[in-house]
Design a protein around this ligand. Structure first.
Ligand code: FES
Length: 364
């Protein structure tokens, strides 16, 4: 463990607890530990079923620092394979597309879609190396609604315990019927935890998001925490920028967070994912994807466009405050803070999970 991570666990009593130390937001050694112990051992969103709808379709991505290719085989099974050639670590695939087999972009070794080595050109005479013994390593992959998740480490919470409760909670929303409608990425100059902390409380909404404040019933904004996720929910009050559901249906905005880096924003007519990926101790990529029913229909297209425009407004407000907070966390005058008991139990929950991962052995 990095020396700076040797910090007492965040007190489980919210009213007495202090936040994680500011050095955790700036120290590259902490990020290194997080990649292995936080990101590597949890279920990471890697893409959608639509990206591998047909046999041979594939896409490449990174999860917890591992290059991965997700592919649908000729047998119809979706696999997550290491995108690292067994020869000298070249990329087996790049981008996305459809293929009958993969060919490494360095010296041309070829691989079947299930990871077996098919051919090793000009490799005759090499002793004690059987291609059958060196397929591309495979990672565990699970599907939930249109989303695909991978866990890089062999140990960590099982998928069912990880999202099971959450899936049950969302059972009334037919996620399977939604399709990808838009995607957008942002790079933000802050540590990934600054962005996550900010997401996990509505405390800042009156100050940072005046227009969202008018839409939501802030007095009835609540945060509930569970083992691996939390949910913030609020009735939609005004309904000018956020559409209300028809009478009798769930008209709440629900903001789910799945430890450690997936946000799931669920509204009456759409949901969006926002995946938070650290690029460095003070740089973070956020990847939004919006899902609607029948997104190609003209009437839905307008709703998609309006939703993305409003999300961008909120995101720009969040980026400005998160980048300012990152600068504050580097101040020599600040090392730790306290939580609002009324409004910041979600941040406290995140910090408890984080210290548990960095200092102990999380279990189901
Ligand atoms: Fe893949 Fe050489 S690194 S063929």
């Amino acid at each position: 463990m990095p020396e700076t991570a040797k910090h007492p666990l965040v007190d489980e009593r919210l009213a007495r607890a202090s936040t994680i130390p500011s050095s955790w937001y700036t120290d590259p050694a902490i990020l290194e530990a997080e990649v292995e112990r936080v990101f590597g051992r949890t279920w990471q969103l890697v893409g959608t079923v639509e990206q591998v709808a047909e046999p041979g379709m594939y896409f490449t991505t990174m999860a917890a620092g591992e290059p991965i290719v997700v592919v649908k085989g000729g047998d119809g099974e979706i696999r997550a394979l290491s995108n690292v050639c067994r020869h000298r670590a070249g990329p087996v695939a790049s981008g996305c597309g459809t293929r009958k087999s993969f060919q490494c972009g360095y010296h041309g070794w070829s691989y079947a879609l299930d990871g077996r080595i098919l051919a090793m050109p000009e490799f005759e005479g090499v002793e004690d190396f059987r291609k059958e013994d060196h397929p591309l390593p495979r990672f565990v992959l699970r599907q939930w609604g249109p989303m695909l998740f991978v866990r890089v480490a062999s140990e960590g919470p099982g998928f069912d315990s990880f999202v099971g409760e959450l899936a049950a909670r969302l059972a009334s929303r037919p996620l399977d019927t939604y399709r990808s409608a838009a995607r957008k990425e942002w790079v933000i100059q802050c540590n990934w935890k600054v962005y996550v902390d900010n997401y996990l409380e509505g405390y800042h909404i009156p100050i940072v998001h005046p227009s969202l404040f008018k839409e939501l019933d802030y007095a009835n904004y609540r945060t509930e925490t569970a083992r691996w996720y939390s949910i913030q929910h609020s009735p939609i009050k005004r309904g000018e920028r956020l559409r209300k559901a028809p009478p009798g249906e769930n008209s709440e905005a629900e903001f789910f967070w799945l430890y450690p880096n997936l946000m799931l924003n669920v509204y009456p007519d759409n949901f969006s994912t926002n995946l938070i990926v650290p690029l460095g101790s003070d740089r973070t990529l956020t990847q939004f994807e919006w899902f609607f029913r029948e997104p190609a229909r003209e009437s839905v297209r307008k709703m998609v466009d309006d939703t993305v425009v409003y999300s961008d407004e909120i995101q720009l407000e969040d980026i400005a405050i998160c980048e300012a907070v990152q600068k504050g966390l580097m101040s020599k005058t600040y090392s730790t803070g306290r939580y609002s008991v009324k409004r910041e139990n979600g941040v406290h929950h995140f910090h408890r999970l984080l210290t548990e991962a960095l200092e102990g052995s999380p279990s189901d």
